[in-house]
Design a protein around this ligand. Structure first.
Ligand code: SF4
Ligand code: SF4
Length: 204
């Protein structure tokens, strides 16, 4: 008799524990049901790249003077500058320019040192192709205006975590005009300028 009672009591305890665990699990599920996903629902949502993002290089053929500085500063001598000497004008005549993004490491050296600023880094990062040879961009492909996440009507642009207001972890439904945590690059430049002018005044 005593054994049966103990068995019933153990069974009741185990049932109670099982119900408790199920309740705990469901409480987590219900808690998450009310939240928006923090993950970016790519490709319907895309993160806005940061100000100094180094994406696909943009090239302006008309500004290029075929100096080949970009080739010399490139760690792998990647850009191909195809030019010939024009005897009439006694100037270099540019025929063709290309960069193979299958090899490029996006270091930005070529952009940094180009004397005519005909190279610039864009925020374009979707470069995947089925054939790696398609990554070898000629001057026409390089001259194409870059894709911008903020200008695509089919995409919801979201701010990166580092660009959210202090304490905010979810980039969805941010009220308009919310300021990010930390300073903007232009604010830092202004601060540096005012500091430099103050130091000048002190030294005078
Ligand atoms: S970004 Fe760097 S690796 Fe790519 S072409 Fe320019 S210098 Fe070369
Ligand atoms: S450094 Fe600039 S101007 Fe000179 S060849 Fe390269 S892209 Fe052209």
């Amino acid at each position: 008799m005593f054994k049966i009672l103990k068995q019933i009591s153990d069974y009741a305890k185990e049932s109670f524990q099982a119900a408790k665990y199920i309740g705990e699990g469901l409480s987590v599920t219900f808690d998450h049901m009310g939240r928006r996903p923090i993950t970016v629902q790519y490709p319907y949502e895309k993160l806005v790249p940061s100000e100094r993002f180094r994406g696909r290089i943009h090239y302006e053929f008309d500004k290029c003077i075929s100096c080949e500085v970009c080739v010399r500063v490139c760690p792998i001598n990647l850009p191909v500058v195809n030019w010939e000497f024009d005897k009439k004008s006694k100037k270099k005549k540019l025929n063709h320019y290309s960069i193979d993004f299958g090899v490029c490491i996006f270091c930005g050296n070529c952009v940094e040192y180009c004397p005519t600023n005909c190279l610039s880094m864009t925020e374009e990062y979707e470069l995947a192709t089925y054939d790696r040879h398609e990554l070898n961009y000629d001057n026409v492909a390089l001259g194409r205006l870059p894709y911008k996440v903020t200008q695509d009507p089919m995409v919801t642009p979201l701010r990166e975590l580092g660009y959210l207001p202090k304490g905010v972890m979810d980039p969805h439904d941010l009220p308009a005009g919310t300021q990010r945590a930390g300073k903007h690059p232009e604010d830092i430049v202004e601060e540096m300028k005012s500091k430099a002018s103050e130091e000048e005044k002190v030294n005078q």
